[in-house]
Write a protein that binds this ligand. Structure first.
Ligand code: 3HC
Length: 330
């Protein structure tokens, strides 16, 4: 079974009239902009929705190491190799902060990994696409980390304290990743004819998958309304996608590359770019487990988990022995 096979379950937004006294008091705290902390009372739906979103986010960081890890041994210079190594390491750190944030909601790390491995939890669609050339390392940093920042900067103000605080450091590091990706693209776009062609090819392949990262269109989004009422999400999927297009198109122009969208035009009236929607049937196919790399990504993650079993067992045995020694001494 593939990860991402689980179907979305829609959430009806609760009106004030439907709420219990406790739920109303909770919603008032959210509306006042207060942070919710792990020991505070929270509706079960809020807790579950946060575990789903934070867990999916954590898995995305960990699975997201794989397409880039693929290029560490083939980076063109020592400096590029060191940068890529540091970036991939940062992603592991992001995964760990996020797993810790999810654990404060009463789910264990083992349960979260089990849900990833058995297909009960998703990870970002983007990491089911292959990285075929070195230029893809530029496109991933520029577009994928760029899209991630667009989505995650507002999450620094999310209502759940541990999630909001984890996001502060993550966003700083993602900004650095986005810049190093842009710098790789700039070098290639200003390099030889072949290097520029590779940069354009990477942009062509990653543009629409990057747009899909923001999730389905607002009318198809199952969770947005309730998540926004609870400030688990601060913007809709389409709002953030539009912001990403508006900021990224001038960057592509600066690179001298073309965004692969014939309909892309600046709209004087709305002061936004009009752009073509991604192929949503492809998106739903990818999140159902049928993307180009889903099976490979999951197989690699499961192998890493199985290979690490002896480390987890050794740590537990060490903790047991230390406790026994401490108790014997007391
Ligand atoms: N990939 C996989 N699944 C996706 C998806 C995507 N890009 N976008 C939406 N989905 C899934 C949802 O999880 C949901 O399925 P579920 O009910 O089984 O969980 C379904 O599609 C319907 O979508 P909704 O719009 O209703 O879902 P959300 O309200 O959760 O919105 C989201 C999706 C915008 C991705 C939101 O969850 C979010 O903001 N998450 C936090 C950020 C995050 O997870 N980012 C991952 C990016 S990668 C990254 O950060 C790594 C870095 O190194 C680049």
């Amino acid at each position: 079974m593939y990860a991402q096979m689980v179907k979305s379950t829609g959430q009806a937004v609760r009106t004030r009239d439907d709420m219990t006294v406790e739920e109303r008091a909770f919603q008032d705290r959210i509306d006042r902009g207060e942070k919710i902390e792990p020991k505070d009372w929270m509706p079960e739906g809020y807790r579950k929705n946060l575990i789903r979103q934070i867990g999916q986010h954590a898995h995305s960081e960990i699975v997201g190491q794989l397409p880039e890890g693929n290029w560490i041994t083939r980076a063109p210079t020592l400096e590029r190799k060191a940068n890529l190594l540091a970036k991939v390491q940062d992603e592991a750190g992001h995964g760990l902060y996020l797993y810790c944030a999810a654990e404060t909601l009463g789910v264990s790390r083992d349960e979260l990994f089990d849900m990833l491995h058995t297909g009960k939890m998703k990870y970002s669609s983007i990491f089911n696409y292959p990285t075929l050339t070195w230029a893809d390392m530029g496109a991933v940093g520029w577009l994928v980390d760029g899209a991630a920042i667009m989505n995650q900067v507002p999450l620094q103000r999310t209502s759940y304290g541990p999630y909001a605080r984890a996001m502060v450091r993550i966003c700083k590091e993602e900004s650095f990743h986005q810049r190093q990706g842009f710098q790789v693209m700039l070098t290639m776009a200003r390099g030889t004819k072949d290097q520029k062609r590779m940069a354009q090819d990477a942009l062509n392949r990653f543009w629409y998958p990057a747009l899909m990262m923001f999730g389905p269109s607002d009318k198809e989004s199952v969770h947005s309304a309730q998540s926004m009422a609870w400030k688990i999400k601060m913007n809709t999927n389409d709002e953030l996608r539009q912001k990403f297009v508006d900021e990224t198109v001038p960057q592509a122009e600066f690179l001298g590359l073309s965004v692969p969208d014939e309909k892309l035009t600046w709209n004087e009236e709305t002061e936004h770019y009009d752009y073509s929607e991604p192929d949503w049937s492809e998106f739903f196919d990818v999140i159902s487990g049928n993307g180009p790399c889903n099976a490979e990504r999951l197989k690699t993650r499961k192998k890493a988990w199985d290979d690490g079993a002896w480390v987890r067992e050794a740590m537990l045995a060490h903790a047991r022995k230390s406790r026994a020694r401490r108790e014997a001494a007391e």
